[in-house]
Design a protein around this ligand. Structure first.
Ligand code: SF4
Ligand code: SF4
Length: 389
């Protein structure tokens, strides 16, 4: 008997022209069986984009508004009568982030309402492997179905942020700091992220990789065009294809490793069916191997953490990971203190101990290397550097 496989659909999409994006998302959903494979129209839907922090659409910090609008339009066409969309960023609010992307707090988009996601509600999860309860934004508990509209980006702690990582935003802002303290390395943190998925069971994952982010992600990297939308019901398989595209070994990414170990999805190529779909073509979608797809559409020089392919490299990778730590570039720092405010460590692992006219200084003994400071710095003044100091 043939083993079960997870289907990942890739749809080329050159740019964020609204009609092109709409056609691409429509074709991608169709190739996965149509909305009816995931939702009933009468269900209450929460659409969760990546709204890391308020930023312009062309910075690639957030899911592009054209992708979010396309999803909302398609849900309206499918007949969904109760659709909401939002996120809970670590810095400022989801509403601020939406406003920067051209949405208005009081204005429905294709019948869907933006929601603040600032009030938290406890959800018991006795089968959790890392947490027996989560404190989610209230809107999460009011939804029957969650659609994850994530962004393809690099991440200093997790290497990538894609489908699995994006649901961290279902926790309200301050709650995130607590989880960073409780799960202070990428393996433990990944297990907690997988538990979030096991708890809320998102129905579908749609990844905006038209323009991805490379380098100093997830908040301060460089936009990089890949010209693709990726869709799947399996977030681990989707992130595995993401890794293949940017030539990162999926086994070095803990959300893939723990995601498969905890039964969330598949990370091995032989358990993933990849379909390439071209909107408007009459031919049935073409199956491709992940390697052939990465060869044709990938970016071998994508700026990402890409070590650890064999035993020796894995050893070096661990060493590299050990020596990697946040570094402040004094020439870019404006002494705003946002990094200090977001450090989750009690007593803070960085402070203005040299005075507020100087950049903050790290206390390396306290730092758990969660990279919240790097993620939130508005000046791109913090990078994940390598140093033994
Ligand atoms: S957030 Fe960035 S700019 Fe602000 S104090 Fe920290 S390093 Fe400097
Ligand atoms: S200093 Fe930065 S990396 Fe270290 S614990 Fe604080 S926020 Fe995390």
């Amino acid at each position: 008997m043939e083993e079960k496989k997870s289907r990942v659909v890739a749809v080329p999409c050159d740019d964020y022209d609204p009609e092109k994006v709409y056609e691409a998302v429509r074709a991608g959903v169709q190739a996965l069986g149509g909305w009816e494979a995931f939702l009933r129209p009468e269900e209450r839907v929460l659409v969760k984009p990546n709204l890391l922090k308020p930023a312009e659409a062309d910075t690639a910090v957030t899911t592009h508004p054209a992708v979010l609008r396309a999803v909302l339009r398609l849900l309206e066409e499918y007949g969904c009568g109760s659709v909401r969309f939002g996120d809970s960023p670590g810095h400022e609010t989801g509403m601020h982030a939406l406003e920067r992307l051209g949405f208005r707090p009081d204005e429905a988009v294709f019948g869907a309402l933006p929601v603040p996601m600032t009030e938290e509600v406890r959800v018991d999860f006795p089968e959790g492997m890392t947490e027996k309860e989560f404190w989610f934004a209230r809107e999460v508990t009011e939804a029957d179905a969650i659609i994850n509209v994530c962004k393809m980006k690099t991440h200093a702690l997790m290497r990538i942020t894609g489908a699995v990582k994006n649901l961290f935003g279902l926790l309200c802002g301050t709650r995130k700091a607590r989880e960073h303290m409780r799960f202070p390395n990428d393996g433990l943190f990944a297990r907690m992220l997988v538990d979030i998925h096991r708890c809320v069971k998102p129905r579908l994952h749609i990844m905006d990789a038209v323009v991805a982010m490379e380098g100093n992600g997830p908040g301060a990297g460089t936009p990089r065009k890949l010209g693709l939308l990726l869709l799947s019901a399996d977030p681990v398989a989707l992130d595995t294809v993401f890794c293949a595209l940017i030539h990162v070994d999926p086994e070095t990414v803990q959300t893939n490793v723990q995601g498969e170990a905890m039964g969330l999805g598949f990370r091995h190529a032989d358990r993933i069916e990849l379909l390439l779909v071209r909107p408007g073509e009459q031919n049935p979608p073409a199956g491709m191997t992940i390697d052939a797809f990465a060869e044709a559409y990938g970016a071998p020089d994508f700026d990402a953490i890409r070590d650890g392919k064999n035993m020796l490299a894995r050893g070096l990778s661990m060493l590299a990971l050990f020596s990697r730590r946040p570094v402040i570039h004094a020439d870019r720092c404006v002494h705003c203190g946002i990094c200090v405010a977001h450090c989750p460590v009690p007593g803070k692992a960085l402070s203005f101990r040299n005075g507020k006219d100087q950049p903050p200084v790290y206390d390396r003994k306290k730092c758990i290397r969660c990279y919240c400071c790097q993620e939130m710095c508005p000046q791109k003044a913090i990078t994940a550097g390598r140093s033994f100091r």
